[in-house]
Design a binder for this molecule. Structure first.
Ligand code: DX5
Ligand code: ZN
Length: 218
């Protein structure tokens, strides 16, 4: 059985109480803390920058998993690494020289992630498998929490799992993960599940039932 990791997205947390919110999800057994960085340009929403990441970093005992939905990305990679990111994930669609951008992330010592929008195919990953520690399959169009899961992506997850073989690359799923969709993506080959609204908005994700995790709706 694959070891499934849970990465709550603090996009749906109480923004006035990040320290407390992180303490709660870590006490409940989350594996990573997912931070959604949006720029109001690549995606139609604005969230956090490097100073916020640096401010919450001391509160995170696990892994700070930073998802950059920004374009251009290269000028800010170093700042997010300095802020203490363990994993920096960038979008295929946001960087024309994606190979160089991934190299730049690894050069900081952070792990490199590559995210694909729902409309982007796996051809764009094929020649980058030695450059990534994580591939994030977006199961919503990025920009907002609480959107509906896009089922056509399940086939993409399955194909990616077979493409990866036994390479040590995480398959992360981001968007619309609930107690209903989590088993579907896990079965298709995912091993890291991001969940925002399902965890923070009193939803129904009870990982104790699904994966032996202890996260319950807050
Ligand atoms: C979407 C973000 C997600 C988002 C997921 O652009 O990348 O991480 O917070 O939220 P839910 O789980 O509510 O779909
Ligand atoms: Zn995300």
């Amino acid at each position: 059985d694959r070891n499934i990791k849970i990465a709550p997205s603090i996009l749906s947390a109480d923004f006035a109480n990040f320290g407390k919110e992180i303490e709660t999800i870590e006490a409940q057994g989350c594996d990573w803390v997912h931070v959604d960085v949006m720029d109001g340009h690549f995606v139609p929403n604005l969230t956090f920058g490097p100073p916020l990441c640096a401010a919450i970093r001391p509160h995170i005992k696990t892994v700070m998993d930073v998802h950059l939905m920004i374009e251009p990305v290269d000028p800010l990679v170093e700042a997010f690494a300095q802020a203490g990111s363990d994993i920096i994930t960038i979008h295929r669609e946001a960087s024309p020289h994606i190979h160089r951008s991934l190299q730049a992330i690894r050069a900081t010592g952070a792990k490199a992630g590559l995210a694909l929008n729902p409309g982007t195919g796996l051809d764009d990953v094929k020649y980058l498998l030695d450059m990534v520690d994580l591939v994030c399959i977006m199961t919503v169009n990025p920009g907002f929490g609480g959107q509906k899961f896009i089922h056509s992506q399940i086939e993409k997850i399955r194909e990616l799992r077979s493409m990866i073989g036994d390479r040590p690359i995480h398959i992360e799923i981001d968007g619309g993960v609930t107690s209903e969709t989590a088993p579907l993506v896990a079965e298709a080959g995912a091993d890291v599940l991001v969940a925002g609204s399902a965890i923070f908005n009193g939803g129904s994700v009870d990982q104790a039932d699904i994966y032996g995790h202890n996260i319950r709706a807050i």
